[in-house]
Design a protein around this ligand. Sequence first.
Ligand code: MRU
Length: 342
Amino acid sequence: MIYPVIWQNNQAILIDQTRLPATSTTVAIDTYNAMANAIKTMIVRGAPAIGVAAGYGMYLGAREIDTENKAQFLQKLEAIAQHLRQTRPTAVNLFWAIDRQLQTAHQHSGPVAEIKATLLETAQQMQAEDVATCQAIGDHGLTALPQTPEQLTLLTHCNAGALATAGYGTALGVVRSLWRENRLQRVYADETRPRLQGAKLTAWECVQEGIPVTVISDNMSAHCMQQKLIHAVVVGADRIAANGDTANKIGTYGLALIAQAHQVPFYVAAPLSTIDFKLKSGAEIPIEERDTTELYQVGETRLCPDGVDFYNPAFDVTPAHLITGIITEKGVVNPGDLEHLK
Ligand code: MRU
């Protein structure tokens, strides 16, 4: 199994996702500042993986606080939380994990040293829970997806795989479970401009496990659906509002519209922790804008002429009515029924 974050020798070891697939290497993180930087620069990325990384970031920060006074400790921990919160705005898992760690610290009645130890345990617990959650999502995908006499061909966008979680993946968790059950023929992976998480990361994961994968550029999905090459689309999520509107990697909304036009079912695979019940609709989800060099520069080469303006939103919101079902660790939910789960 691929694990993007592991805890070893008192530090977090991250797979450096900015260097895949050309170079398979890791980065050792032993301060909260280094962890914040790794999240911001996308050494670690994908909503649940960001959450797990932030959980360890909170422990690393707590470890650096040099006081036995509990009130002072909690005050400094809040500043560390605030620093980690500034890294990426869209994936709710980041805020969820930070808040869970803060709550753990506040509720603990023991001395500071014990609180620190509990924060490490909680980070490890969140990591283990996420792997189990993804496996459950994958297995619920088996019943959610169309039962066809032939093996399924799925299309996915970005990377919602083991690399984007603590392990196994959400959308790719469904892919892995179908593959295990001999129900999958092939995955089509959108390359996912501008950062190419599909071409680089999803393709890399599939190759690691021998899952047949075809990379297409983002503008080919309508053609593939028209050609009846795709049975269903399965994507991950960064944040789901209470009404089922779902933020995911830029391009997901367009894909959902294309799927609807071709009557291809469109599934979101995500843990319940990705649902943000505080937000009534997707219009309230903060959308990250990233550095525009991602759009016009490949390596050292500039693709566009000088004098051009750029716009680089990293996520978009797919309205709930375009989503056939949300595959969670507890089962498949109609996006319109999320409020009942609350
Ligand atoms: O910008 P990224 O690479 O962090 O975006 C990742 C995605 O959009 C994923 O689809 C999402 O986080 C779900 S990961 C299980």
